[in-house]
Design a binder for this molecule. Structure first.
Ligand code: PRP
Ligand code: MN
Ligand code: MG
Length: 176
């Protein structure tokens, strides 16, 4: 298969939207410390860019889960690969994701995190693909709604590659 990439959201538009989200979050969490939880590996680029723009006190932790194998479809089975380092009890948690697709990953995660008694828990995603939702997930902060295409870049992978693209692209697979 030949891998062809086209640009869906250019780098400057992504940066602009992240700045807007950071402003909104800084306003909503005024007087608090926000505890960012980045979901590895997809959210690394987004969580860093978002954190840099927040004007409130920030703490960060990471968790790694995977529901996709090497394919382009969710398996529906979520695997916990790395847990958080620190307790989230009484913290104002903001889960940061790169994309909500079927919703399996987030519905598993939110249930898991909720049981650890945080003071509050909200969700921020750079991309949202509502057409593909199989589990209902409430999104508090959303960067962009996107159509049902296989997106890569800015942390999102195709078979573990392309995460480092500085923009959001679409992967077109063509027969050679
Ligand atoms: C991707 C993406 C989200 C999740 C969304 O992660 O980063 O975490 O899938 O899909 P869903 O809403 O259908 O569950 P993936 O499992 O590919 O792991 P990765 O972040 O390490 O690439
Ligand atoms: Mn992920
Ligand atoms: Mg992936």
């Amino acid at each position: 298969m030949k891998e062809n990439v086209s640009v869906l959201i250019p780098e400057d538009k992504v940066a602009e939207r992240i700045s807007q989200l950071a402003e909104e979050i800084s306003r909503d969490y005024a007087g608090k410390t926000v505890h960012l939880i980045g979901i590895l590996k997809g959210s690394v680029f987004f969580v860093c860019e978002l954190a840099k723009r927040l004007t409130i006190p920030v703490t960060m932790d990471f968790m790694s889960v995977s529901s996709y194998g090497s394919g382009t479809r969710s398996t529906g089975v979520v695997k916990l690969i790395k847990d958080l380092d620190d307790s989230i009890m009484d913290k104002d948690v903001l889960v940061v994701e790169d994309i909500i697709d079927s919703g399996h990953t987030l519905s598993y995660l939110l249930k898991n995190l909720q049981s650890r008694k945080p003071a509050s828990i909200k969700l921020c995603t750079l991309l949202d693909k509502p057409d593909r939702r199989e589990c209902e997930v409430y999104v508090d902060y959303q960067g962009f709604q996107i159509p049902d295409e296989f997106v890569i870049g800015y942390g999102l992978d195709y078979d573990q590659r392309y995460r480092n693209l500085p923009y959001i692209g679409v992967m077109h697979l063509e027969e050679e």
